[in-house]
Write a protein that binds this ligand. Structure first.
Ligand code: HEM
Length: 125
């Protein structure tokens, strides 16, 4: 399964497409159930590609410096997906989404931070 773990490109592709689908669905640009369904497929692809990177690399790179960073990345990535789903479902039921948008932004920043801090590919922080 080297294609899943030799680079982070596949993972990046899945979450970029996922975020675009999420914003399209949330903004109501495309009024079709298909966008939300496609997004749900991308949740799975994001989790598979991220999970494979975690499985392959978290143990190798677990040093004093990275500590629990891989686990934080995993957790915030999943929580972010949870917030996307909460926002879309609550929007559909005409319920308030303010708090979930706040958490979405927070988890997005934390997921990007940990992703870009960890050693594979971009290592910005
Ligand atoms: C929409 C949700 C997600 C976003 C926006 C996101 C974002 C990112 C970013 C920016 C990177 C760094 C890529 C690079 O440096 O080339 C990354 C890498 C990674 N992601 Fe995600 N991710 C998401 C979901 C997940 C999930 C659900 C998991 C776990 C199941 C996960 C696990 C990982 C792992 C293990 C890495 C490799 C870290 C490294 O060593 O550099 N991600 N992700």
């Amino acid at each position: 399964m080297e294609f899943l773990t030799s680079t982070t490109h596949l993972h990046i592709t899945t979450w970029v497409i996922g975020l675009i689908l999420f914003f399209l669905a949330a903004a109501g640009v495309v009024k079709s159930k298909g966008v939300h369904m496609a997004l749900r497929l991308f949740y799975v692809l994001i989790i598979i590609s991220g999970g494979a990177l975690y499985y392959e690399w978290a143990i190798n790179f677990r040093t004093d410096e990275t500590g629990m960073d891989y686990d934080m990345k995993f957790m915030f990535g999943i929580l972010l997906i949870g917030m996307m789903e909460m926002i879309l479902v609550r929007q559909k039921k005409n319920k308030s989404t303010t708090i979930f948008w706040g958490l979405f932004v927070l988890f997005l920043l934390l997921t990007l931070f940990y992703g870009l801090k960890l050693p594979i590919n971009f290592d910005l922080f």
